[in-house]
Design a binder for this molecule. Structure first.
Ligand SMILES: NC(=O)c1ccc[n+]([C@@H]2O[C@H](COP(=O)([O-])OP(=O)(O)OC[C@H]3O[C@@H](n4cnc5c(N)ncnc54)[C@H](O)[C@@H]3O)[C@@H](O)[C@H]2O)c1
Length: 368
């Protein structure tokens, strides 16, 4: 459902909230596992949305989701094609394993649905290119599940970086270190450790961190070199094909260097763990990932007050924006260009870590 702008203007001049005058957006979720059930919670909280359909190949997960959405009495199916072909569905959330995102999102777009597609948009350049083409050809909203774009602390920090607070950005140093692997018998254990299904740690998880770095740099990398390995959890779980550590050096335009490391064996007590994004500029630096980002000037003056306090954002702000983009033409928080660029940045890094060769953005062959 894409309401004409006229409708929005009429609604916005009255005192009534927009949603009260609009028909509900009939929503479906494909993949009601860990993430899909969390997204479903968010959908259920939206006054302008109803849950029309739920889909999963695992009956227990489907039943659980149907129970939590029982107020809307959704149809259930194990066949995702029934979802995208259902004329009584306006919006589709895709929360299946990463290797399935592209095919499902494209089919939904081609059937005239608005799509909220979990990250990564795709795990190969060909998948990403195909989603880009389908999203651009569609008049519907496509939002990638890069939900950090909807967290105020990040958007305010980026606004200040783009406003010149740091001077010119000259280097970014970031990491995503965890204290352990995802549980080997967890809800995603049947696909996550298979690189052909998840894309690996960088593409499946660090795509969030890489997206924030691109946002801060206001660019995407032009090349990458790196090294990935499986040194700690060798063959755990059995048949594992994803790396458990890796290091990449990306180059942004104008020789801006971006250094990224990841691992899943950083002891809790060891300093410098977790996630950070140090953005260095000609006037000073900040850690974009800090709970309370602070600007540290180079000229020896005192650090500036905290730029943006960590606030309790609406955890479903990204979903709120997705629906606002559909109903009222509000800004799309992570459109196809953002989602595809994040995925391609991760794919570029993964290819470099795997081939041990300098890999260029152009070699991915995707036109954005
Ligand atoms: N944005 C975020 O912060 C975030 C967080 C966690 C996961 N995710 C993403 O969400 C996606 C799902 O991750 P998860 O942790 O929920 O995994 P999960 O394994 O818990 O859930 C995936 C679900 O998809 C179902 N599924 C698989 N094939 C299907 C098919 N052909 N048709 C219908 N259903 C099918 C599975 O049965 C499962 O219930 C992944 O892409 C992951 O990267 C995003």
């Amino acid at each position: 459902m894409h309401l004409p702008r006229r409708h929005f203007l009429a609604a916005s001049t009255s005192a009534l909230p927009l949603f009260s005058q609009s028909p509900k957006i009939r929503t479906a979720v494909i993949g009601t596992g860990n993430r899909g059930s969390y997204l479903l919670e968010g959908v259920l909280q939206q006054p302008g949305a109803s849950v029309a359909m739920l889909c999963d190949i695992k009956p227990d997960r489907l039943d659980k989701a149907a129970t939590s959405a029982s107020k809307d009495n959704p149809k259930t199916t194990s066949d995702w094609k029934q979802v995208v072909e259902n004329p009584n569905v306006d919006a589709v959330f895709v929360a299946t394993p990463p290797d399935l995102h592209a095919e499902m999102a494209i089919a939904a777009l081609k059937n005239g649905k608005n799509v909220y597609c979990e990250k990564p948009v795709g795990i190969t350049p060909a998948q990403v290119q195909a989603v880009v083409a389908a999203a651009r050809a569609s008049k519907k909203i496509f939002t990638a599940g890069q939900q950090l774009r909807s967290i105020r602390r990040f958007s305010e920090t980026v606004r200040r970086i783009h406003g010149g607070l740091l001077g010119d950005v000259v280097m970014i140093k970031a990491q995503r270190h965890a204290t352990a692997d995802l549980p080997h018998d967890g809800t995603s254990g049947d696909w996550y450790f298979n690189v052909a299904r998840s894309g690996g740690y960088l593409i499946e998880q660090s795509v969030h961190n890489l997206d924030l770095c691109n946002w801060a740099a206001n660019a995407h990398p032009v090349s990458a070199s790196g090294y990935g390995a499986n040194n700690f959890y060798r063959n755990q779980p059995a048949g594992r094909t994803i790396f458990d550590c890796g290091s990449i050096t990306y180059a942004y335009p104008k020789d801006v260097i971006f250094d990224f490391t990841q691992n899943v064996f950083h002891p809790r007590g060891l300093p410098a763990g977790g996630q950070y994004i140090l953005v260095y500029g000609t006037k000073g630096a900040l850690d974009m990932f800090a709970p309370n980002p602070t600007f540290y000037p180079l000229d020896n003056s005192a650090p500036s007050p905290i730029l943006e306090e960590m606030k309790k954002d609406d955890p479903h702000a990204h979903i709120v924006s997705f629906y606002a983009a559909i109903t009222s033409g509000g800004p799309n928080p992570a459109d196809i260009t953002i989602g595809a660029t994040a995925a391609l940045t991760a794919i570029l890094g993964h290819q470099a870590m795997t081939s041990h060769k300098l890999t260029t953005w152009d070699s991915l062959g995707v036109k954005l």
